[in-house]
Design a binder for this molecule. Structure first.
Ligand code: UD1
Ligand code: CA
Length: 482
């Protein structure tokens, strides 16, 4: 039989339990690690086995979980377990949702986010190679508290005992049941039909299938892995933080092996959804989220948070918060820049210190270097926006756009009152309040002309320090003239 024909026929993901220790209005399974929900990691690992059937058993907070599943895995069959009578009962509900009995059933949990598809494949491969009826994924941990312990006789797995049902000797066992298994489906189905609830928790334990299979004389195996993180569940926010940090460490390690420099992995957070190219450098305090992508040679950080941002080749981004923005090749951003949705900075463009941009297309080589609000704007190629320019886009009722043409120059401390268009090749004098369009080649000056009143200090501030200084200066000037 080919590998294909013997393919995994069903994966059942258990996700019906409550998450009371999270103390959250949100389902535990929807809490995120490195930018993705806990449940989505389980779905990704399960899907990588390319099963014929993917069943997710839902129960607690099922409206939230179902809606999320419909988004991330519309192909999954949802089975409702109500009430939740234990892991054995959950799997029974999962199997009942299928109209045929599959050949093999992989059982995994929705709250074990570091488990990988490779580990599941290894488990399945071992199960097949040994022709087992049950193969359980186990690991050896320093502190086994809370887990079911794997009891072996003459080296073979004989049963799993829950902590609450265990003897003192059994509690000393450090090989733990991850709760992840592959079952021969018939053995599983028949065993589930016989599960009892005469245990410390009054639940139907899935773990009892192991003793059941042994009782039938079928072989039970364990797939022992040396990476306990992969078997760890999340029950509270302390574990959520610990697993997030470890997952982030793994993500960064993968990027470093792919040619990304990470100066300080402890303060760099890269979501699982981010894409980085070779020769990208990430400096301390960098957080990359969502669909952010960074092209070859770009340097990000220190102190940057990018969400859904596309960064071009060789760009530099320093001390910046940006969301839904595009930063062109060779562009410079920061320090202290805020790019809001709809900002597109062209090739070799610049957005500098204390600049906020929103819904603004800033052309190739254009510069917005200092202290500017650039909202609802189009800034042409090679234009220069002087320090302190404000694009006044909002009159209290509607928002309007401002266009500054190619190679135009806006003097410092101007206000461009939208809607207004400054043509290609135009100048705006510093300190102008521009309310009317400016044509090509024109200089617009929109401020009152300067007036100097001679002798004002002597008549209005007689005897002051200023008066004294003025007299000295006037004397010197007179002396110079003589
Ligand atoms: C279970 C195992 C234990 C193992 C541990 C690993 C049993 C009896 N025990 O214990 O040996 O070491 O997992 O983490 O199986 N769930 C349902 N419906 C239910 C009950 C649970 O869907 O009725 C789901 C939960 O959402 C969770 C998973 O099954 O994802 C495990 O349930 P939990 O109650 O955490 O099991 P443990 O007592 O930790
Ligand atoms: Ca648990």
């Amino acid at each position: 039989m080919s590998q294909e024909a013997a393919g995994v026929t069903a994966v059942v993901v258990l996700a019906a339990g409550g998450g009371t220790r999270m103390k959250s209005r949100r389902s535990k399974l929807l809490h995120e690690l490195c930018g993705r929900s806990m449940l989505s990691y389980a779905i990704t690992a399960a899907t990588s086995l390319e099963p014929d059937h993917l069943v997710v058993v839902v129960g607690h907070e099922r409206e939230q979980v179902s809606a999320h599943l419909a988004e991330i895995a519309p192909y999954a069959v949802q089975a409702v377990q109500e009430p939740q009578l234990g892991t054995g009962h959950a799997v029974r509900v999962g199997l009942d949702a299928l109209d045929e009995l599959p050949a093999e059933v992989v059982v995994t949990y929705g709250d074990v986010p570091l488990l990988t598809g490779e580990t599941l494949s290894g488990l399945v491969a071992e199960h097949r190679a040994a022709a087992n009826a049950v193969t359980v994924l186990t690991s050896v941990v320093d502190v086994p508290t809370g887990y079911g312990r794997v009891v072996r006789e003459h080296g073979r797995v004989s049963r799993v005992v829950e902590e609450k049902d265990a003897s003192d000797d059994e509690r000393d066992i450090r090989e733990i049941n991850s709760g992840i298994y592959v079952f021969d489906a018939e053995t599983l189905r028949d065993g589930l039909a016989e599960l009892r609830t005469d245990n410390a928790q009054g639940e139907m334990y899935l773990t009892d299938i192991i003793a059941y299979a042994n009782g039938l004389g079928r072989t039970v195996g364990a797939h022992l892995i040396d990476d306990p993180w992969q078997t760890q569940g999340v029950n509270d926010r302390v574990q959520l933080a610990a697993l997030s940090r470890e997952l982030n460490r793994r993500i960064l390690e993968r990027w470093m092996r792919d040619g990304v420099t990470v100066m300080d992995p402890d303060t760099t957070w890269v979501a699982d959804t981010v894409d980085l190219a070779e020769d990208v450098t990430l400096l301390p305090n960098t957080i990359l989220r969502g669909a952010t992508s960074v092209s070859r040679g770009a340097t990000i950080g220190p102190d940057v948070m990018l969400t859904d941002v596309e960064v071009g080749e060789d760009a530099h981004v320093v001390a910046c918060h940006a969301t839904l923005a595009v930063i062109g090749d060779g562009a410079e951003v920061g320090p202290f820049s805020y790019l809001r949705p709809g900002t597109r900075l062209g090739v070799k463009g610049k957005v500098g210190a204390f600049v906020e941009a929103k819904n603004a297309v800033i052309g190739d080589g254009a510069k917005v270097p200092h202290l500017t609000y650039c909202g609802d704007a189009e800034v042409g190629e090679g234009a220069n926006i002087g320090a302190g320019t404000i694009f006044a886009n909002y009159d209290g009722v509607t928002k309007s756009r401002t266009t500054v043409g190619k190679a135009s120059f806006v003097g410092s401390n101007s206000v461009l009152v939208a809607p207004v268009t400054i043509a290609d090749g135009a100048y705006v004098a510093a300190g102008s309040a521009i309310t009317e369009d400016v044509g090509p080649g024109e200089l617009a000056i929109a401020r009152s002309r300067q007036r100097n009143i001679e002798g004002w200090v002597a008549s209005r501030r007689p005897g002051s320090k200023t008066h004294q200084a003025a007299d000295e200066a006037l004397g010197t000037r007179k002396g110079e003239q003589e």
